[in-house]
Write a protein that binds this ligand. Sequence first.
Ligand code: KG4
Ligand code: ZN
Length: 358
Amino acid sequence: MLILGIESSCDETAAAVVEDGRTIHSSIISSQIPIHKEWGGVVPELASREHLVKIDSVVKEALKTANMGLKEIDAIAVTQGPGLIGSLLVGVSYAKGLALAEKKPIVPVNHIEGHFFSVALGEEKIEYPAMALIVSGGHTNLFFSPKPGKYRVVSRSRDDAAGEAFDKVAKMLGLGYPGGPIVEKIATKGNPHAVKFPIAKISDGKPDFSFSGLKTAVMRYLRLEEIVALEEGEEVTKKIADICASFQYTVVRSLMQVTKKQLQIFQPKSLIIAGGVACNSELRSLGQEIGDELSIPVLFPTKHLSTDNAAMIASAAFFRFSDLATKKLTFSADTSMRLQNLGDEDDVLRKNKVRYRL
Ligand code: KG4
Ligand code: ZN
């Protein structure tokens, strides 16, 4: 089955042709980073306008690179949510138009489920029950998935997403946007133990994530040490490299500390770590280390497929086709779409006497 995937939930206009959920024939990504860079973050209005400008050519390029016409495509998959409303609407409207004109089935996909299936692109097989840590600029959630298409959020961020924390700290230090890759690069020159930043403890004791306290701790430290944001072109000091390394160390430890606790409770057959922050080598190595310690295979997407792309949307559509391709053209963009549709009947939860929010 050949699926044309379309993704436009945030600041990447992307299209891809994927066969049977695993083989990528093309994956085109038009990034808006140069546009949003000067504002230090994504400007929703600029994002939707740029999607509108790019979407047609990105889809055509994906088909051309795959050496295919629309006639050979079996279905069109599109990100329905979550994301920015203007951005989502561009992709959803375009995909609906295409599906109507070409008489193709349309598959609305949850962006987070796309990140989940990004590890299926290639040879990797997801063994169920699975756990998935999805960490990006907009989301930080740990899911338990007893079987394909069933998910329960077992840990979530109470405030900022992990990628958002990277972006905000980079902004405070004047390092540019997006912060994650820059902080990671600078951190290689710093000492991760130079500054002791706190790992958040949730007051009600639930195994959740929190990053806003860490962000404030970095801000306080900068004030205390009278460190100001770098000007453009200014050289990075050892002190800033130490802050980046210590901050990254703390984020990675807090993510994996909670994840390890949940892995021990749920004992899944595989752990997926995906989303933009999964590009981070420190997170990859600690994730792998914990997986090895608990004898749970850890699946990562390639770095190219960790950040937003349309191949993962096409892949999720393939693996969930029988459930999702029924909506025809009646669905609309859903900015706060959730991925948690598991009833209380789940055995693993009952056996472990674990009660979580739905
Ligand atoms: O998945 P993604 O492309 O978009 C969202 O769905 O949000 O993730 C983007 C986020 C940004 O916050 C970016 O700073 C972060 O992923 N990121 C990283 C790295 N590469 C990207 N964070 C830490 N280390 C990285 N190497
Ligand atoms: Zn994403």
